[in-house]
Design a protein around this ligand. Structure first.
Ligand SMILES: Nc1ncnc2c1ncn2[C@@H]1O[C@H](COP(=O)(O)OP(=O)(O)OP(=O)(O)O)[C@@H](O)[C@H]1O
Ligand SMILES: [Mg+2]
Length: 329
């Protein structure tokens, strides 16, 4: 939990919920990654791992103090509850692959792919899944785009609306692009989709299931950081006020996007619905994960409680690990 990205605090909130819900059934150990990248055991950790096992797995990259375990060999499964770069993007997943430890959620490829809004949309377009139109700028490119105003400007690889602007006219474009470039070397300028926002949770490995979708009603001009995390900043309406066939289309596209992204375990797929058109906005492989986050609420509305969802995710992690052991390489 924690991690180097600007979503550090969001991750801590998610992880505390996960730990609380696991504690009565699992032995848990909390490992916190600081914004400086150092790995530590918080003082309140339920119990400490024995340092050093007999399996040769030396994994924690930057132990900050000697009391931190230097091996993950005693761990049956790791639950990365890390949002954004250096956590949700395949980097930590790569470390866990090297360590040979089962872990919850998407693998290296899916994590990196879905973190990158530019490449992710290219893969979806290739599969015929409708996405919002955008152009991608790299540092130094002329700041121009073919869309009418307003447009959305966003860093390619971040979350929680950090670095994102709604640009109402040409004058606001340069500062918005400069802000996004503070977070990433790749920036998207997107057409503004004048529709409603709908999110759908997905759970599974090879044969994933989609939750009941929900409509996001942000009490702000758009679903920005404070609408996401301030008390009363948003409302989730389940089921969304849409015709049955549109709801079914959202659920089908959520599973198709999950499969196209080669995701495993969990994901939350964010959509815009404009008339009878359903567009994928983006996919989060480690969505906000408290028991009252959208991901969990949508499954709760679909009959899967938070503790059951965690049990299933852990079982899926072990299943994936066992399956991968079978291949020669
Ligand atoms: N093309 C668009 N048209 C209309 N609104 C948009 C568009 N792109 C983004 N938004 C608004 O900005 C919000 C954040 O955008 P997006 O979901 O792409 O960012 P994020 O930071 O990756 O979000 P998350 O916290 O879900 O990871 C959306 O929920 C929506 O309110
Ligand atoms: Mg989003």
């Amino acid at each position: 939990m924690g991690g180097r990205s600007s979503e550090h605090d969001v991750s801590l909130a998610s992880a505390h919920s996960v730990i609380e819900a696991l504690q009565d059934r699992y032995d848990t150990v909390a490992i916190e990654i600081g914004r400086d990248g150092r790995w530590t055991l918080p003082a309140a950790a339920p119990h400490e791992l024995k340092a050093g096992g007999d399996r040769p797995v030396e994994t924690l990259p930057v132990p900050a103090e000697s009391s931190v375990p230097t091996t993950l060999a005693e761990v049956d499964v790791v639950f990365p509850v890390l949002h954004g770069p250096f956590g949700e993007d395949g980097t930590v997943q790569g470390l866990l692959e090297l360590a040979g430890v089962p872990y919850v959620g998407s693998g290296v490829l899916a994590s990196a792919l879905c973190m990158d809004k530019d490449v992710f949309k290219a893969v979806l377009r290739d599969r015929g899944i409708p996405v919002t139109q955008s152009i991608t700028l790299r540092d130094g490119d002329p700041v121009e785009h073919p869309f009418p105003y307003p447009v959305f400007v966003k860093p390619a690889r971040l979350g929680s609306s950090v670095g994102i602007s709604k640009v109402h006219d040409e004058n606001e474009l340069e500062p918005a692009v400069a802000l996004a470039f503070r977070h990433d070397e790749k920036v998207l300028v997107e057409e503004f989709v004048d529709g409603i926002e709908v999110e759908c949770s997905v759970l599974g490995n090879r044969d994933p299931i989609a939750s009941q979708p929900g409509q996001i009603v942000a009490h702000a001009e758009w679903y920005d950081f404070s609408a996401k995390y301030d008390e009363g900043g948003m409302e989730l309406i389940v089921p969304p006020p849409l015709p049955e066939e549109t709801v079914e289309l959202v659920r089908r596209l959520a599973v198709e996007a999950f499969v196209a992204g080669e995701c495993e375990g969990m994901a939350r797929v964010d959509f815009f619905v404009r008339g009878d058109e359903v567009l994928v906005n983006e996919l989060n492989t480690i969505p906000g994960f408290t028991s009252t986050s959208v991901y969990a609420k949508l499954f709760a509305a679909s009959g899967i409680s938070y503790p059951e969802m965690l049990d299933r995710l852990i079982a899926l992690a072990l299943e994936r690990h066992a399956r991968q052991q079978r291949y020669a390489y």
